[in-house]
Design a protein around this ligand. Structure first.
Ligand code: C2O
Length: 283
């Protein structure tokens, strides 16, 4: 039976933390939780493998729409909300496995010099984030990706265009982390296998954070960024996905609930937008 989604009640906010600056406790809990997930039998909906396969199920080719187009969430405006939900449940499942309702995910803080870890990308990083959030992401469609209109009998509208972050920093990191010894750069370098790398979720937590930063920029500097608003079309608001929640129940979730971070009970540390170093670092 598929249940409708309800926002969690009375929980404290799970504050996600930068992977390079986790406390000893945060790091230990994260390791324990991943280990517990790896120990589940493979066909359990919470197993490492089942979780990884969720990405593949929605990445293209696994399911078809009514008129034959492939269902896919990349290269469309479903990209941000789908991944937000994916991590939302992944985080709650990990917490449940170790009995910690306050468990929160780390994010790979690649937009901060302290968090990059790999000197190779140091030089281009500000430029990329500036490019993805400001230069190329000035309006809803350029940031989120093109409209995906489900079950369109006239044309295949399931592969419109990728948003600035998806196309930019997001993909660059995937390809760069993927193992170049494998033809398709598995795990991280290919859709079907990306969910098998724990780093996938840590990378995507930061991608998810970019959505928050972009929105905050629009709130704080309304005149400068008038286009930083989420889609308002019904085709976006009502698009939905199925996930197993932390109680192993199948839940239907829709995009409209992804815009309420406060109600989802997780968040990222506030950084005063005025001090974001890359905001003014036009290349
Ligand atoms: Cu679903 Cu990083 O891609």
């Amino acid at each position: 039976m598929i249940k409708p989604f309800v926002f969690p009640e009375g929980e404290t906010v799970r504050m996600r933390w930068p992977a390079h600056a986790g406390t000893e406790e945060q790091v230990t809990l994260y390791r324990e939780a991943i280990k517990a997930m790896r120990c589940l039998s493979k066909d359990h909906p919470h197993s490492f493998k089942s979780q990884a396969k969720i990405h593949c199920a929605y990445c293209g080719g696994a399911y078809k729409e009514k008129y034959g187009s492939e269902i896919r969430i990349h290269n469309t405006w479903l990209y941000f909300p789908f991944h937000r939900w994916y991590l939302y449940f992944y985080e709650r499942i990990l917490g449940k496995l170790i009995g910690r309702p306050d468990f929160s995910l780390p994010y790979w803080n690649w937009d901060d010099p302290q968090g990059m870890e790999f000197p190779e990308i140091f030089l281009t990083q500000y430029i990329n984030v500036y490019r993805d959030l400001i230069k190329d992401g000035g309006d809803t469609v350029s940031f989120f990706g093109g409209p995906y209109i489900a079950n369109n009998p006239k044309e295949d509208t399931t592969n419109p265009s990728a948003g600035s972050v998806e196309n930019g920093t997001h993909t660059a990191v995937h390809v760069w982390v993927g193992n170049s010894k494998f033809t398709s750069k598995e795990d991280m370098g290919h859709f079907y296998s990306a969910g098998y790398g724990p780093l996938f979720y840590v990378h995507h937590a930061n991608v998810d954070r970019m959505w928050k930063l972009w929105k905050d920029l629009g709130k704080v500097y309304q005149d400068e960024f008038p286009g930083h608003v989420e889609p308002k079309d019904r085709d976006w608001l009502d698009a939905s996905y199925l996930f197993y929640d932390e109680n192993e129940e199948l839940v239907r979730v829709s995009n409209r609930d992804t815009i309420h971070l406060d109600k989802l009970k997780y968040n990222y540390p506030e950084i005063p937008i005025g001090v974001l170093q890359w905001r003014t670092s036009r290349p």
